[in-house]
Design a protein around this ligand. Structure first.
Ligand code: GLN
Length: 295
């Protein structure tokens, strides 16, 4: 877990619980290694070499990488390096909100060679603004300008990992908390370079889920799937991360996408009564002495 507030684990309480719900469902012992994103940065190699070594040791030893949401630019470069490590080494990655935005920036810089790519949150004058302030927000007022609460995401394709994890639903309702978004004018450029935007809002202009189809599991969400995770009702994307990190993803996808028949359960909000997720025993399993999994 690569974040800014790793010293205070309560900062990421809902993420931690969501990881635990998914690990219990998949019968794996969860081990969370907290990696302060600042310690991954080049400057830390000189200023705090021990912390730098430790951070990179933990990151390289992890079975999966999660970059949670966040605000402001401190530690952002370290998060970008963590996403790069996961992408280049086929390590399962889940990026949430800021964790998705920095994965997009990383892709632009490393793969598309757009060295000036940035979010206008960190550089308002960015030459290649691939993450931008949402048009309906106010630039002068921080209060009440956030896109908050439950919003609908429509899957664009049904053969991607996240659609399968959500039981081939046409759409899902998940909760939001952000001011910036992927620049819609750059989306086709990204897609040509291999990054898929598999979930979008009803307008098709707001990106909600990214995936790298060639990667074992590289998923980013503009929404916060952790807020809807409950004991016995794990978030599908957290299940995906834990399954991919423990070599069970193919099997899980067969179960959730209906290739194996199983009991059904409603996952979406009251507005989406037709959406069912086949859990096939995932909800009733218990914590056992299975092999541990490092996130
Ligand atoms: N919750 C978050 O991670 C927010 C991400 C980013 N700071 C934004 O406002 O869009």
């Amino acid at each position: 877990m690569v974040g800014k507030y790793t010293g205070i684990s309560d900062s990421y309480l809902s993420i931690l619980k969501a990881l635990l719900h998914a690990s219990v469902a998949l019968d794996r012992k969860l081990v969370v290694d907290w990696v302060p994103s600042c310690d991954l940065e080049d400057s830390a190699a000189k200023e705090t070499p021990d912390a730098y070594e430790k951070a990179w040791g933990l990151l390289k030893g992890a079975n999966g990488v999660l970059v949670p949401g966040g605000f402001g630019d401190r530690g952002v470069q370290g998060k970008i390096l963590a996403a790069k490590h996961a992408r280049e080494n086929n390590v399962p990655y889940l990026g949430i909100c800021l964790g998705m935005q920095i994965a997009v920036i990383e892709y632009a810089r490393s793969v598309m060679k757009l060295r000036d790519a940035n979010s206008t949150e960190f550089d308002p004058a960015a030459k290649t603004p691939c993450v931008i302030f949402m048009p309906e927000g106010s630039k002068t007022h921080m209060g009440a300008t956030m896109r908050l609460g439950s919003r609908r995401t429509f899957f664009q394709v049904n053969n991607c990992k996240s659609a399968k994890l959500y039981a081939n639903a046409n759409y899902v309702d998940e909760r939001h908390r952000h001011r910036y978004e992927v620049n819609p004018d750059m989306v086709s450029e990204f897609e040509k370079a291999g990054l898929s935007f598999v979930g979008r809002d009803e307008s098709g202009r707001r990106m909600e889920i990214i995936e790298l189809p060639t990667h074992k599991f590289f998923v980013g969400t503009q929404f916060h799937p952790e807020f809807n995770s409950r004991p016995g009702k794990p978030s599908p994307l957290f299940l995906g991360l834990i399954a991919a990190s423990s070599g069970q993803l193919e099997h899980l996808l067969q179960r959730t996408s209906g290739a194996v028949s199983s009991p059904t359960r409603c996952i979406a909000g009251p507005g989406a009564p037709k959406t069912k997720l086949r859990m096939n025993g995932l909800v009733s399993t218990y914590f056992a002495n299975g092999s541990s999994i490092h996130i």
